[in-house]
Design a protein around this ligand. Structure first.
Ligand code: BES
Ligand code: MN
Ligand code: ZN
Length: 534
């Protein structure tokens, strides 16, 4: 990622081992090896094919050492072993993957993430603190192993003095499968994984930044820099332009802060010949909530844990990272990310409960709780995004506490048009972000009707809060447009211990879901055009 001027999380450089037979001689401190749990305990499958560095005798001796220390090969296990003859690495790290027949991409990603975090923890006590590792987890799948290792080794120390990061992994090399003809797809999978890692890291860095350095104007400038460095078109509206053009809700939410609101749009248009030849490529509108800090406003939040509200711009960070990734992956789809940026603060100038705001496009809202601010600014942004007449709309936000209460802090909720909703949920589960489809029961729509405006921003009842928010957003969606809303209030920010490839604090969710959706739509368009050309 190019520099944003913000503190950045760090991770070791990732490399793909070009010569799959160079494992034995690799000049590394630690060799990461996969292990599985079978009916009779731990199993190794380090390959007996010609060229495998592990002869039968070596494999048996590693297996015996693992049995002796009680290793079972179950998911989540890691065991450090001394060197074995014939291998240059000075230590082995055996990583459990569970049942070999039930191994999934997500199981591999998770194990690789756990391995990376273990390597980091071991680093200070091995070698001179600059530990290089070669991972044979890549032999089970280069894409997931690279993603898991990369994302799991991300470490954010913000403004801490630098010695916090002194002893880390220095180099992480991924070994590809040894099968013939695997080399080419290994290189493709590796480079896609690197783009994905970069996008997730970009979103994590933005979300991790505290609100005194990341506020609407500074954030807009950072997005402009990131966008133009990637060759994308960026457009920024300031508070005066927003007021002139009728973005009444974004202006209203932002008016309690001395740091005024912004609306940023970042566009990617594919320029490769195949794409332009098709003529009408699909256009995907992305919209993400960018509340740089959410105090609740006049409907002030309680103090405990209010600091986690630096993550209330997680949706915007995800869509900005995703549009940049679409361009780096050269996808055959047009993408425009629209992000409303505001700081929700209490002040003499702030929006009050009872105020009525007029959205871009004309809908009006009675604000009954200033803490339900996300849907207000999203209404304006969705209305603007739909002026472009997109073919799909993907919107994401840290929108409701109800999402966390119903699905917990790791499972995003997806609402929207049923077909697209189910497609997005399925893709999200494939990439390991685990989103789940949720209904928009029709009776809840009447809970957000107001007597004095088109909508009220909180439901008249104390239940169904996530669906009420979904219905509110639906009011801005034109008839017939396939759309989804991903509520990531819990999943965007990890307030508990790290696990798998997920660190503490910013997770980067739902960046990988959105990239997968863009790839899926691009793939469909390419399929259609090649059929047409035949
Ligand atoms: N940003 C919050 C939602 C949130 C909660 C994000 C927990 C991350 C973790 C949102 O602006 C909010 O305050 N929502 C209120 C809405 C309510 C007043 C209708 C909520 O869900 O409590
Ligand atoms: Mn709020
Ligand atoms: Zn909020």
């Amino acid at each position: 990622m190019t520099s944003t001027g913000l503190p950045q999380g760090t991770m070791p450089p990732l490399e793909l081992l070009m010569d799959a037979s160079a494992v034995a001689d690799a000049d590394v401190d630690i060799l990461v090896i996969p292990s599985f749990s079978g009916d009779n305990g731990i199993e190794l499958s380090l390959g007996s094919a010609p060229g495998s560095p592990f002869d039968r005798e070596t494999q048996v001796s590693i297996w015996k050492s693992l049995v002796d220390i009680g290793a079972r090969g179950r998911a989540g296990e890691t065991h450090l072993l001394p060197a074995v003859p014939g291998i240059a690495a000075t230590r082995l790290l055996a990583v459990g993957l569970g049942d070999a027949d039930a191994l999934t991409d997500e199981g591999l990603r998770t194990a690789a993430g756990t391995a990376s975090r273990t390597l980091d923890r071991l680093s200070p006590s091995i070698g001179d603190g600059s530990v290089a590792a070669l991972s044979l987890l890549g032999t089970l799948g280069v894409g997931p192993a690279t993603e898991g290792h990369g994302l799991g080794s991300y470490m954010y120390t913000g403004a801490k003095s630098q010695d916090a990061q002194a002893a880390r992994i220095s180099r992480l090399i991924i070994a590809p499968p040894t099968a013939p003809r695997a080399a080419e797809s290994a290189a493709t999978d590796f480079s896609r994984a690197c783009v994905v890692i970069e996008a997730v890291t970009c979103a994590r860095d933005l979300v991790n930044a505290p609100a005194n350095i990341l506020y609407p104007d500074s954030y807009a400038r950072i997005i402009s820099d990131l966008g133009s460095q990637a060759g994308l078109t960026v457009e920024v509206l300031d508070e005066h332009q927003l007021a002139e053009q009728g973005f009444g809700a974004l202006v209203g939410v932002g008016q309690g802060s001395p740091r005024p609101p912004r609306l940023v749009r970042v566009s990617y248009r594919p320029d490769h010949p195949e794409a332009t030849a098709i003529g009408a490529l699909p256009h995907v509108a992305l919209v993400g909530k960018g509340v740089t800090f959410d105090t609740g406003g006049i409907s002030l939040k309680p103090s405990p844990n209010m600091g986690t509200m630096i993550s209330d711009m997680g949706g915007s960070a995800a869509v900005v990272a995703a549009v940049i990734a679409a361009s780096e992956l050269d996808l055959s789809v047009s993408v425009t990310a629209t992000v409303p940026l505001a700081e929700n603060m209490p002040d003499g100038t702030a929006v009050r409960p009872g105020d009525v705001l007029r959205h871009y496009g004309g809908l009006t809202t009675e604000v009954l709780n200033t803490d339900a601010e996300g849907r207000l600014i999203l209404g304006d942004a969705i209305a603007r995004a739909c002026e472009d007449r997109p073919d799909y709309l993907v919107e994401t936000a840290t929108l409701t506490g109800a999402q966390v209460r119903s699905l917990g802090d790791r499972t995003p909720a997806v609402m929207g048009t049923p077909g697209f909703r189910d497609r997005v949920s399925a893709l999200s589960r494939e990439v390991g972000e685990g989103a789940w489809p949720m209904p928009l029961p029709s009776e809840i729509a009447s809970d957000i009707r107001s007597d004095v405006a088109d909508l009220r921003n909180i439901p008249s009842k104390s239940w169904g809060g996530m669906a009420a928010a979904g219905h509110y957003l639906a009011a801005f969606i034109p008839e017939g447009l396939p759309w989804v809303h991903l509520d990531v209030a819990g999943p965007a920010y990890n307030t508990t211990a790290p696990y798998g490839y997920t660190p503490r604090r910013a997770t980067g969710v739902p960046v990988r879901t959105i990239i997968a959706v863009l790839e899926d739509i691009a793939g469909e368009a390419e399929g259609a055009s090649s059929t047409a050309a035949e």
